[in-house]
Each structure stands twice: as structure tokens, then as C-alpha cells.
Design a protein around this ligand. Structure first.
Ligand SMILES: [Zn+2]
Length: 447
């Protein structure tokens, strides 16, 4: 065999071997990090004075400015995110309803796809006992402060199985009542030299929760200070996320990173102060959502999206079929958007409604991008109906009531959606005195 021919044969053999190896070696799946900030209003993210880290980080991210949660209540909202199902479909309709084991969560999908699934969770409502650990290899519960979450994560990460891609879920509570504001209170409080003890008094049980939520013993200046303490807690949260990113280093930079909130917070709107779970007005449902994917162009998106689009997006990373439109495919050209015909708001569910659930007398609301129905059961049996035109009244201050519903050309859809959401009695689990006290200290009443 002459030298030339031998070189050709050897070269061909090497090429075939490389092709064979390439066929056998699957590309490693990307790491995925999901950060959920509990009780974070969308309008408190983006101000460089309040969220300097997120402001800088999000310049390389896709920022969804019109994202809505499915509930103003933590476990109902998280059950909807984890399963991609409506609260009425999973039956998770109360604060003490467990996430059913028969449901398939995102964490289960990721573990099934070969990921190592880790969670560090500061909200005691999301306990393993209530089914929220399903799918996680490690599910760590911590105290409320972000520094405790960071410490837990630092002890967990060295034990990681680095042969597997990572699915990491971190649930932060710094922005939840009583607000982790101490580090930044001096900076944001308009009267920093005066002690502000009201939230601590409620937290310790010296004042009733009902008073905090509906009649806080604070004058206008005191209410402004309360809102400033919330803002200070958002500043603290931003610092925690910055530290988390620094701790994760390369992993953070190369991962698909999602930042969102489970719900917002009412800071006095509709006479509801420093709470979220009872009512379903937009301040409790409009949440930040930002996603950074290496190599994907940053963008700002004003189409209306929800946590089911996020669920589909996270499913899509695994390569499986998405049962609804993933975030990345929600565009102005989506057919449902064209049907509604509004350039800046659109609802992209297969079902055009966004049903949401609150707690006080079991509030239910149903919204398209342009109208919203809120149904509140009354002791006498006939529910109170509130109806809002979201285009002309996005803050929901002008209640059009039954007449508004009757005049809506979508009234049959609204009424049908209302009926479909009923009819399932939610399972509840018993909670003991200690759990009841934790819920009370976090600002929840009537458990
Ligand atoms: Zn929450």
C-alpha cells in the first residue's frame, strides 16, 4: 500500500470513529436555576436604587413585564407553576391543601431526565409534608432570612453530583411580611432616627393580623414608613440574589436562570395593607419574570404571560412536547393575540382565561387581557360580583358589577369559566398549634 493511500484510509478511519463517538455522546443538558422571591411586587424590580444587581443582570436577560401568577397565595401559586395546571385542576385551592402525589411536577420531570434536583426553601408553607418536595433529591427548609438560605446552599453544593446537570430551586422570603428590612431600613425609611416597631408588634402577636391588613394603626407618615420597609426588604433580597450568583460562579453564568415571584403584595391598594393572600386584585398577582439563557438575545416583552408559559418553557428545555405555548414562543404574531387585537396586552392560554384564587371567603377571579371578573361568596349564598375593564381601569378601582358583566361580549365565557372552577372540594391537612403560630406570625389570619 502506498503512503498516499494509507493516509487516506487512516484519515477515513479517524473520521468514522469521530462520527461514531459524536453519535454516542449526547450534549450535556444545561443547568437550570429557578429563583422564586416570595411576595415580590413587579413594580419594585428594575429601580437601580432598590435592585442594583437584578437591574444589571437583567440587561442580558429576557424581561417579561406582564407576567401574572395564578394565585395570591403561595402554595396555590407554586402548585400551578410546578404542575402547569390550574388550581381547579389540581384541587390545590387552600393554604392547607397538599400538592397531590399523583401530579407530575417540574422537579420530577427534571429528575426523570437525569438531572440532580436540589431545593433550598425559606417558606414554611411549602413543606415536604404538603407534597412540595416531590421530585427533589434534596429539599432543604431554612429560616426566613436570605442569609440562612445562602448558608444552607453553601453546605449543600459541595455534595453535588457533578456528573449530572443541575436543577436548582431557591425560594426566598426576605420580601414577605414581616420583611427582612433591617440592613437597609436606615437608607429607605423617611424617618430613620425614629424607631418603627409596628410590624414587629404584629409579628410577635401583640397586635391582631386583621388590624395590620385592614386597619393598621399607622398615620399617613407611618404607612409611608411601612412601605419604605418593604422597599428596604427588596433591596436586601437583591443583595441575597447577588451573593447567590457570586457563590454559584461559573454555574450561574452558564445556566438557564429564571427569576420570578410567587405573587405580589398589596401596600394599601383597595384598603388592603401589607398582605396578599386574601384578595385577587392585580397588585397581588402581577409578578416579575426574567430569564437569562446563554446565547439568547436580551429583550423586553410586554405580552401578557403567566406561570404556565414558564412551566412550558422549563419543560421545553428537557426536549419534551409542551402542552401549551412556552414563553419563548409567545409573540405579537400568536393567533390568539391577533384575535384579541391589542398590541400591548394579550392572553395566550389555550383557555383564554386566567383564573386566580385568593383566600378570603374563597375569592375567585377570571381575567382575559381586557376584563376581569371577581366572585366573592357571601354568607347569604348569593356571591358578590365585581367586574373591571382592565384596559381603561388597570388598577381595578372602578367596579362595574353585574351590569359590567352583563354588558361584556365575553359574559358567557366568564360565566362558563366560573362554573368550571367550582365543584371540587379541596383536600385539607390538619395543622398543629406550632404551624398555626408560624402562619399567624407571617401575617395570615383565620387558619
Ligand atoms: Zn408567597
Amino acid at each position: 500500500m502506498n503512503t498516499h493511500l494509507r493516509r487516506i484510509l487512516i484519515g477515513t478511519a479517524i473520521t468514522l470513529t469521530l462520527l461514531w463517538l459524536g453519535g454516542c455522546t449526547r450534549e450535556r443538558q444545561p443547568d437550570v436555576i429557578l429563583i422564586v422571591a416570595d411576595t415580590l411586587r413587579h413594580d419594585h424590580v428594575g429601580d437601580p436604587q432598590v435592585t442594583p444587581f437584578l437591574e444589571t443582570w437583567s440587561r442580558d436577560a429576557i424581561v417579561y413585564r406582564q407576567c401574572r401568577s395564578f394565585s395570591s397565595n403561595t402554595n396555590i401559586a407554586m402548585a400551578a407553576l410546578w404542575t402547569g395546571k390550574l388550581p381547579s385542576q389540581t384541587g390545590v385551592l387552600t393554604q392547607v391543601t397538599p400538592l397531590p402525589q399523583k401530579e407530575t411536577t417540574l422537579a420530577e420531570s427534571y429528575r426523570g431526565a437525569g438531572y440532580e434536583t436540589l431545593a433550598v426553601v425559606a417558606n414554611p408553607v411549602l413543606s415536604a409534608r404538603k407534597g412540595f418536595a416531590q421530585g427533589f433529591d434534596h429539599y432543604r427548609a431554612t429560616g426566613l432570612g436570605g442569609d440562612e438560605v445562602l448558608a444552607s446552599l453553601r453546605s449543600l453544593l459541595p455534595q453535588r453530583d457533578r456528573t449530572k446537570p443541575l436543577f436548582l430551586y431557591v425560594h426566598l422570603m426576605d420580601t414577605h411580611f414581616p420583611y427582612n428590612s433591617a440592613d437597609y431600613a436606615q437608607h429607605f425609611d423617611p424617618q430613620p432616627s425614629q424607631p418603627f416597631t409596628y410590624f414587629d408588634e404584629v409579628h410577635r402577636g401583640e397586635r391582631p393580623i386583621e388590624e395590620l391588613l385592614f386597619a393598621p394603626r399607622l398615620d399617613e407618615a407611618g404607612l409611608a414608613r411601612g412601605r419604605a420597609h418593604y422597599k428596604a426588604s427588596v433591596r436586601k433580597l437583591d443583595e441575597v440574589v447577588a451573593t447567590l450568583a457570586a457563590d454559584l460562579g461559573e454555574t450561574w453564568r452558564n445556566a438557564h436562570v429564571v427569576f420570578t415571584a410567587d405573587h405580589g403584595e398589596s401596600l394599601g391598594e383597595h384598603g388592603y395593607h401589607f398582605g396578599h393572600s386574601l384578595l385577587t386584585y392585580d397588585v397581588s398577582l402581577h409578578v416579575p419574570l426574567m430569564i437569562k439563557v446563554p446565547g439568547r438575545q436580551p429583550a423586553t416583552v410586554d405580552w401578557l404571560v403567566n406561570h404556565h408559559h414558564l412551566h412550558a418553557e422549563l419543560q421545553q428545555i428537557l426536549g419534551g412536547p409542551a402542552d401549551r405555548t412556552p414563553l419563548s414562543l409567545v409573540t405579537a404574531h400568536h393567533p390568539l393575540h391577533r384575535a384579541w387585537g391589542h398590541p400591548n396586552l394579550g392572553q395566550f392560554n389555550v383557555n383564554p382565561f386566567q383564573p386566580t384564587v385568593g383566600m378570603k371567603s374563597a375569592w375567585r377571579s377570571f381575567a382575559t387581557h381586557r376584563e376581569k371578573l371577581i366572585v366573592v361568596p357571601q354568607p347569604g349564598g348569593i356571591p358578590r360580583v365585581s367586574f373591571f375593564d382592565l384596559i381603561t381601569d388597570p388598577t381595578e378601582f372602578r367596579d362595574l358589577g353585574q351590569d359590567g358583566l352583563a354588558a361584556s361580549k365575553d359574559r358567557h365565557l366568564f360565566l362558563g369559566a366560573g362554573e368550571n372552577a367550582e365543584g371540587k372540594t379541596p383536600e385539607v391537612i390538619a395543622i398543629d398549634e406550632a404551624e398555626r403560630e408560624i402562619l399567624r406570625s407571617l401575617g395570615y389570619m383565620g387558619q
